[in-house]
Design a protein around this ligand. Sequence first.
Ligand SMILES: Cc1cc2nc3c(=O)[nH]c(=O)nc-3n(C[C@H](O)[C@H](O)[C@H](O)COP(=O)(O)OP(=O)(O)OC[C@H]3O[C@@H](n4cnc5c(N)ncnc54)[C@H](O)[C@@H]3O)c2cc1C
Length: 316
Amino acid sequence: MQIKNEKFDILVQRFGDRIEIDKDLSQYFTLKLHIIADYFFEAKSVEDWREIMSVVDEYDIPYLIIGGGSNIAIFQQRISRLVIQNRFVQKSVEHETEDYIDLKISSGYSMSRLVKETIELGYSGFEYHQGLPGTLGGAIYMNSKWTRPLSYVSDPLLIATVMDQDGATRKETREYFDFSYDYSVLQNTGEIFIDGVFRLMKHDVLDLRKRSEEALLYRKNTQPFGVSTGGCFFQNISEKEREKHNLPTGSAGYLIDSAGLKGKIIGGFQVSEKHANFIVNIGDGTHEDLSELINVVKRTVKEKFDVDLKEEVRII
Ligand SMILES: Cc1cc2nc3c(=O)[nH]c(=O)nc-3n(C[C@H](O)[C@H](O)[C@H](O)COP(=O)(O)OP(=O)(O)OC[C@H]3O[C@@H](n4cnc5c(N)ncnc54)[C@H](O)[C@@H]3O)c2cc1C
C-alpha cells in the first residue's frame, strides 16, 4: 500500500476518481515490468495539463510524465509519485498550400497512428518512423530518429507549445529545443511538449508507402520485433571516443556483441540474440534482473574496451 501522504489528498479532492490509486502500470511500459504507481492521472487535453501541473506545482507533488512508455526503465516496484500519462490526442490543419501542409499535432498522438495517417493523406515527414513506438511528445523529448536515411521526428517541427512545470504555456520555435543525438532541451528544463505545428510536404502516396515499408522491413530484419523491450538500451559512443579507443564503429550493439554478451540471460531479461543493444523481457523479468543484466553489460564492456556505456533509456 502507498504511504499516506496529505500532499496527495489534494489531488483526490481536486480531480475525484480521475486520480487512480495503486495503479498497476505493467501494460504502460514496453519493458513490461511489474510496477505500481501510488497515484495515476490521464491528461487528455491542454486544460487537463494546465490544471494538473498547477496543482503539482502549488503543493510540490512529485510526478513522472509518460507517453508510450517505450523508453523508460523503472528500477523500483512502486513509484511514490503521481504518474501522468499523456492522452492528449488532437490534429488540425493550420495552413495549406499546393506544396505543403502545416499540421498542428498534440503530444499524446501515437507515432504509429501519425505515420499511417500522414502517409495515406500524402504528406511526407514522418514516413521513415514506421514501427517507432510511443507518442509524439516522447519522440520530441528524446529526439527520436531513423538512421536509413537519417531522419528525426523533430525535423518538420516549426513551432511548439511548451508548458512550464507550473502549467503556464508559451510558444517556442524549433531552434529552442537545441536538438542533437538523443537530446532535446526538455531533458534539462523539465518542460512539457504540449503540441507542435509540423510542416509536411505533399508527396506521392505510393512512394511514401514504399519508404515506410522499407524502413519497417529493415527494422524487422535487424531488430527483435514484437517483443517486450525498451528499444536500444545504450547510446552509441561519440566519434571522438571511437577514435580514442581505435574501434571500427561507435555502435553500442557492436561493443556488447564483441564483448560476448549476445544472448546473455539474467532471470527474465536477455541481451537480444538479434541485436545486442536490445534488452528483452523474455518471461516475467523483474527490475532486479534488469538492473543486474545492465550492470553486467556495462562492466564487461568497460573491462574489454575501457568504454563507459551510457543508457539511452530513461532510468527512474
Ligand atoms: C521496439 C522499439 C523500437 C524503438 N526504435 C526506436 C528508433 O528507431 N529510434 C529512436 O530514436 N528510438 C526508438 N525507440 C525508443 C522509443 O520508442 C522512443 O524514444 C520514443 O520516441 C519514446 O516515446 P514514448 O512516448 O514512449 O516516451 P516515454 O518512454 O513514455 O518517455 C520517454 C521520456 O520522455 C518524457 N516525455 C514523454 N512525453 C513527454 C512530453 N510530452 N513532454 C515532455 N516530456 C515527455 C518522459 O518523461 C520520459 O523521460 C524504440 C523503442 C522500442 C521499444
